[in-house]
Design a binder for this molecule. Structure first.
Ligand code: TRP
Length: 450
């Protein structure tokens, strides 16, 4: 059994070491396992919610795509795409909008925080709240459920979004999944072992705290400058230092083996100067990130190649999303018009089955008697008749089955195949009838058109 893992990164800026250690690196590592099927994407539709600067959007999605590849993502092994290239996602988003209660969105933490901030400032509660922001979790549910992901690696702050995705999936399944569930329940994957990297000031590394170390942007120089800003105490070289008094050591840990981390701490306790310690940290990070920089530089300057990789990724993703969307359209009633001519609304699975229309075959056995059987195009036999003395009698019985779509009164004339129930046969008969009527209606329509 493989698990489907899916995650996206909003493309409103560039990545920092926190994104690398917390998301990209563990995701790429997991993607190499043979029992994991990975889907990674640039959440560029989500980006439009926060950012209305087209060139920033353009640049950010390119840089983030290049970062994934530079960090070792194998686009042949995973499905790697831009959200906006999957045209089925916004359509699924709409279907979800139509079944998702507004009240559910009212409870979203991010939205509630904005409303509270507005109220605190005595402003209109919905000040600065776009429909995109309000419906953010619905689009995220569409991202996840489009590909029926089992696990979604995210930060703790996204737990509620996953709950909402499950709510929406359940509601859709209950409404439309009469005989089969369309969506599996996705769960957040919050890995306790993955380091939450502290920033320069010791708080969680985050753009909003302005305490980040860039991953690739600005090159080694930017890395050096950022590390130079890591807050430490003012102990001089030679003085024993508390390794836990700064975020420096924890950042070091994220790029070091256990032994290396231990040795580094010992040296600090023995008086290693902060300046020297920062140099060691830079080299430690560079040993992992340095070789990736070349690839990053390559992709950000050969964007046509990057474009090709993402087009191929979109094609691969749409091999799943396009046929799935066909089924969903059927389910909600956005169907080809043929279903209407049967005169009764059909649920999606029935319509699907109608591709497998059964048929009767009449034949004569060596015992001289006349028989018929009902079989699917696959060759599976649903029932066989008893032997009739005349072909006419057999034909009449077939006619009765065809018109009544029922076995009533005929149970002594037929023998059901193993594992086939009377209601299976009756459903098959109904499908046959519907198919006949549809063909007749089509013929009539053609005739009147010509
Ligand atoms: N909301 C996520 C974040 O801010 C980004 C995201 C968008 C996402 N769609 C997703 C993550 C689907 C996982 C799955 O980090």
């Amino acid at each position: 059994m493989t698990v489907r893992v899916l995650t996206g990164i909003n493309t409103t800026g560039t990545l920092h070491l926190g994104n690398y250690c917390g998301a990209i690196r563990p995701c790429i590592r997991a993607s190499k396992r043979s029992d994991v099927e990975s889907f990674f994407f640039m959440a560029d539709l989500h980006a439009l919610i926060k950012c209305q600067d087209p060139s920033r959007i353009e640049l950010s999605r390119m840089q983030i795509a290049a970062s994934w590849l530079a960090a070792g993502l194998d686009p042949d092994k995973v499905t790697f795409y831009r959200q906006s290239d999957i045209t089925e996602i916004p359509l699924l988003n709409w279907m979800f909008n139509c079944v998702c209660a507004k009240g559910l969105m009212n409870r979203a933490h991010a939205y509630k925080a904005m409303v509270e901030a507005n109220e605190a400032k005595n402003e209109d509660p919905d000040n600065g709240v776009s429909m995109g922001l309000f419906c953010y979790p619905v689009l995220m549910a569409a991202d996840i459920l489009m590909f029926n992901a089992n696990l979604v690696p995210v930060g703790r702050d996204q737990t509620q979004h996953l709950e909402m995705a499950r709510d929406i999936a359940t509601r859709f399944n209950n409404l439309y999944g009469v005989q089969e569930n369309f969506f599996v329940m996705p769960f957040e994957q919050i890995d306790e072992h993955v380091q939450i990297l502290p920033g320069l000031d010791g708080r969680k590394m985050s753009k909003s705290y302005n305490n980040v170390i860039p991953l690739f942007e600005g090159g080694k120089k930017a890395l050096e400058q950022a590390i130079g800003r890591i807050v430490t105490d003012s102990k001089l070289p030679g003085e024993p230092k508390d390794p836990e008094s700064t975020s420096l050591t924890q950042i070091f840990d994220a790029f070091a083996t256990e032994e290396e981390s231990k040795a580094f701490r010992e040296e600090l306790k023995a008086g290693l100067g902060w300046g020297e310690a920062k140099k060691r940290l830079i080299e430690q990070i560079e040993s992992e990130i340095g070789p990736m920089r070349e690839k990053y530089a390559y992709y950000t300057t050969h964007t046509e190649e990057l474009e090709e990789i993402l087009q191929a990724g979109a094609a691969k993703a749409r091999k799943i999303s396009a046929p799935f969307m066909e089924r969903l359209r059927e389910a909600v009633g956005l169907r080809r018009f043929h279903a209407i001519s049967t005169g009764k609304a059909k649920s999606a699975p029935e319509v699907k089955k109608s591709a497998q229309i059964a048929s009767f075959k009449q034949y004569r056995e060596s015992d001289g008697l006349f028989y018929f059987k009902l079989a699917l195009p696959s060759g599976d036999v649903l029932l066989t008749s008893v032997g009739f003395a005349s072909g006419r009698e057999a034909g009449q019985t077939v006619g009765m089955l065809k018109t009544s779509c029922s076995l009533e009164g005929l149970s002594e004339k037929v023998v059901l195949a193993e594992n086939v129930s009377a209601s299976d046969v009756e459903a098959a008969l109904c499908d046959m009838k519907a198919d006949q009527e549809r063909k007749a209606a089509q013929k009539a329509a053609q005739k009147s058109a010509s």
